[in-house]
Design a protein around this ligand. Structure first.
Ligand code: DX5
Ligand code: ZN
Length: 216
């Protein structure tokens, strides 16, 4: 499997969401990355259900939903009904994480766990086989356009080791500050999915930028 690329719609032009969704549909991108922020777990509020529904209506590729919200288990059914393919909750926001992952899979979605920069990957070892995607945050969640945190590289290698030792099929996703400057090393160390917001949408030719990341 080659590297998967998931453009983050947080960096799209909200006045032209249909146009930007069509751009992603026509590109080499694999997933739509959708950042849901509640103003509590993270300081920022992104968008809610009506906006996500219209993204879902235009998107022709799997929806990779990243919940940066407290009590994410309350919204599992809503995101399943919306047609989410991957539903990712934060380790720091879910007290009964194993149960939450079970409920997500029970609804036919892939279960994801996101880790803030300070949260060690080792914590996931006991349940690694219950996780379809680990999203390693390479910025502090809440905003697009931040600088990549360099210690992410070590977390990727360590997690790759844990996945192999446990014969797991978990994908490693990197989210935050991904550019052509760090993507190659991330993939070499074992990343499977690259999320990119501003690097894609602020570039002159977003489709070429996506292609570049895919073939890094
Ligand atoms: C940050 C979000 C990211 C963000 C990435 O809280 O989870 O998905 O949109 O944006 P860039 O690529 O601009 O850092
Ligand atoms: Zn995200």
């Amino acid at each position: 499997m080659g590297t998967l690329v998931a453009p983050s719609l947080l960096a799209a032009d909200f006045g032209n969401l249909e146009r930007d969704c069509k751009m992603v549909n026509a590109s080499d991108a694999d997933w739509f990355h959708i950042d849901v922020m509640d103003g509590v777990f993270v300081p920022n509020i992104s968008f809610g259900m009506p906006v996500i529904k219209s993204i879902a209506a235009h998107a022709k590729k799997p929806l990779d939903v990243h919940l940066m919200i407290v009590e994410p288990e309350r919204y599992i059914d809503a995101f399943a009904d919306l047609g989410s393919d991957v539903l990712t909750v934060h380790y720091e926001a879910s007290t009964h994480l194993n149960k939450t992952l079970d409920s997500i899979r029970g609804k036919g979605m892939k279960a994801g766990v996101a880790l803030n920069p300070h949260t060690p990957v080792d914590l996931l070892e006991p349940i690694i086989n219950d996780i379809d995607v680990v999203c390693i945050m390479s910025v502090n969640p809440g905003f697009g356009g931040q600088r990549f945190i360099e210690t992410t590289y070590q977390k990727v290698s360590k997690l790759r080791g844990i996945i192999e030792e446990n014969n797991a099929t978990t994908l490693i996703e990197i989210d935050g500050g991904v550019t052509d400057q760090n993507a190659k090393r991330l993939v070499e160390l074992g990343a499977d999915v690259l999320v990119a917001g501003s690097f894609v949408f602020s570039s002159e030719n977003p489709q070429e930028t996506i292609k570049g990341l895919k073939n890094i």
